[in-house]
Design a protein around this ligand. Structure first.
Ligand SMILES: C[S@@+](CC[C@H](N)C(=O)[O-])C[C@H]1O[C@@H](n2cnc3c(N)ncnc32)[C@H](O)[C@@H]1O
Length: 321
């Protein structure tokens, strides 16, 4: 199924503030979701996004579905499911996915990985590309959320003096969540998101708006950094759509595989490998593993801090465990 979602563009709001509701949190006045309804909603969410929610996340799912039930003025979860299953309900898929996704992210999220990315992965690749006279370098932040990861990379490239010179860097961020993408495009952040940005980089690259009169204090990314990237919708499960992005030298795919089961992970790993150049790297989050998919993507043991993976040789058979 392809995710068609004619979402009206919501007004981008600053990102950040308190951390989002965790999938395990039990909301007060929680709406009830029967086991059989949970199974049906979980199956639809899985089909749309690849995210697998187990019954112990029923409270989280119910609280999110309830937001859509209220927004649509429906009576209950049964009515919402009937709507989703009707032909008109396709237009609701995007809203459902936007509600369910967990967009937690912030700038300079995992410093040891970023250092290793810069020194051990990026720089050797840039030198190799220059030697080969390949002057275009492409980086994808797959599951970019509100853009913090991609902007972090943009700030690092700028700080390293790599931008505006001989090599053209093309940075693309994709996500399934329209709401997060709109925030990424707006590039307006709260303190929570920018708290790890080194002060010098913060001053150079953001316009600060003090929260006068009880307003929210925000930091807006400057236009010259914005010019380096673009954000667009991309479902990691959709190989056809992803392939339209072209090939990338480095792909960040961090803190999203944790929501997928092995079957979804295999699909995503295959899809990402399909848009990776042969000597490229995929960088995962530190709590993620693709051990069962090592016939497609294998860890690069020389850059362990980078949590970097390279393509397995073509024809590598699937391992039993
Ligand atoms: C926790 S955030 C991670 C953001 C960022 N990569 C980081 O590590 O800070 C996970 C993101 O994955 C996105 N996501 C979930 N399923 C997806 C899918 N099938 N395709 C693309 N993005 C997806 C969510 O919308 C969310 O923005």
């Amino acid at each position: 199924m392809s995710l068609t979602s004619p979402m009206p563009a919501p007004m981008p709001a600053p990102t950040g503030g308190p951390a989002p509701v965790s999938p395990g949190a039990i909301p007060l006045n929680r709406p009830q979701l029967s086991d059989s309804l949970f199974t049906k909603f979980a199956a639809l969410i899985y089909e749309l996004s690849g995210m697998r929610f187990e019954p112990n996340k029923a409270y989280f799912i119910a609280s999110k579905l309830d937001i859509r039930v209220q927004a649509l003025g429906l009576k209950n979860f049964e009515a919402y499911l009937s709507y989703l299953e009707s032909p008109a309900g396709r237009a609701e898929y995007g809203f459902l996915v936007d509600e369910i996704t967990i967009n937690e992210t912030f700038f300079f999220r995992h410093e040891p990985q970023l250092q290793a990315f810069r020194d051990e992965v990026l720089m050797p690749m840039v030198f190799a590309r220059r030697a080969q006279r390949q002057m275009r370098f492409r980086i994808l932040s797959a599951a970019a959320s509100t853009g913090d990861e991609l902007y972090t990379i943009a700030l690092m490239l700028k700080d390293m003096g790599l931008t505006g010179k001989d090599m053209t860097f093309e940075l693309i961020g994709t996500d399934i969540c329209h709401d997060a993408l709109n925030k990424a495009r707006a590039g307006v952040y709260r303190k929570y998101n920018i708290r790890n940005v080194p002060p010098g980089l913060l001053q150079q690259n953001f316009d600060h708006t003090p929260g006068a009169g009880g307003g929210t204090e925000t930091w807006t990314i400057k236009p010259d950094v914005k010019a380096m990237y673009r954000f667009q919708e991309g479902n990691l499960m959709d190989a056809t759509r992803l392939s339209t992005l072209g090939k990338f030298d480095i792909i960040f795919c961090r803190n999203v595989l944790i929501y997928f089961d092995e079957a979804s992970k295999e699909k995503v790993v295959r899809n990402l490998t399909g848009i990776l150049v042969d000597d490229g790297y995929v960088l995962l989050g530190h709590s993620e593993n693709v051990y069962s998919q090592r016939h497609i993507l294998r860890p690069d043991k020389t850059h362990t801090n980078a949590i970097a993976y390279t393509k397995a040789p073509p024809g590598t058979p699937k391992f039993n465990v």
